[in-house]
Design a binder for this molecule. Structure first.
Ligand SMILES: [Zn+2]
Length: 282
């Protein structure tokens, strides 16, 4: 195996204009308001990402703007991502923010894809108000991804445990339906898919979830190092992508738990970059 390339697959960036005037944007966007008003909320510009990659000795980050309900705001953050990916092509890969149910979704995906962005996400079905299990509401999105062979990152959180801003109540059953409806779509279920990965021990789920990946984002706030042992026992190391959720957490915060776990050196390499490299073809 070549490398050791380290890739962070889950990094949020926000244009300075939105950071400066977040209150103005929060007025029209309920989900953005919920996250922004959280006293623990942090913002990062692309240059912060470059700095933290250097500090953590990571090679590349997948960056994306906030997934707003309003298509115009999605367009605005996409312009920022496009600009920064062009400025730092050796370090940044950009994903597309889109509001799947609003007018112009397909056009925006096409525009950003043509401008060099490589995937879509992180989208928030709850925050953006689309029904993930309803084909009529998702077919534009999934069709656009499949047609271009680009992956989609979807926010999924665990249905149990403590509440935090942005935690939603989408039943795992609906996520299963979305996967079943989108069989050829490569998708990444964020935050270990809210635990749905456990069901890959069921034969029919394993088969239906063959194009599903999971990322590690927010893990230090949710699980202890045994999550990595579980992944290993489930035989899923080739489906796990390292994601930090920066600026929520820097990459380095994740490494002690991985070190403590029973993951082999090769399995760590898969999670830290090899799986992502394959998926992004970078
Ligand atoms: Zn998320």
């Amino acid at each position: 195996m070549k490398m050791k390339m380290k890739i962070d697959f889950h990094v949020h960036v926000t244009p300075p204009e939105i950071i400066k005037n977040w209150r103005k944007y929060a007025k029209k966007e309920k989900y953005f308001a919920l996250l922004s008003k959280n006293p623990h909320n942090k913002y990062a510009v692309a240059e912060d990402v470059i700095a933290v990659l250097d500090e953590s000795r990571f090679d590349r980050a997948v960056i994306f703007g906030f997934a707003f309900k309003d298509q115009g705001l999605c367009r605005f953050v996409n312009d920022y991502v496009i600009e920064k990916v062009r400025r730092f092509p050796g370090k940044l890969t950009g994903f597309i923010s889109v509001s799947p149910n609003e007018k112009g979704a397909e056009k925006e995906i096409e525009r950003c894809y043509a401008a060099g962005l490589k995937g879509i996400g992180e989208l928030y079905p709850d925050g953006q108000g689309f029904n993930i299990d309803d084909k009529k509401e998702t077919h534009v999105l999934t069709g656009a991804c499949i047609e271009r062979n680009i992956p989609l990152i979807l926010h999924v959180n665990e249905p149990v445990g403590h509440y935090y801003a942005g935690k939603n109540n989408i039943p795992l059953k609906k996520i299963e339906q979305f996967v079943i409806n989108s069989q050829n779509l490569k998708m990444i279920l964020a935050h270990f898919g809210g635990g749905i990965l456990f069901y890959e021990t069921m034969k029919e789920i394993k088969e239906k979830f063959r194009n599903v990946y999971y990322d590690t984002s927010a893990t230090p706030f949710l699980y202890d190092s045994r999550i990595y042992n579980a992944v290993k026992a489930l035989g899923l190391c080739e489906k796990i992508l390292f994601g930090s959720d920066f600026p929520l957490l820097p990459q380095l915060r994740y490494l002690p738990a991985m070190e403590e776990s029973a993951l082999s050196a090769v399995e760590k390499q898969l999670i830290l970059g090899a799986n992502a490299e394959k998926l992004l073809k970078c």
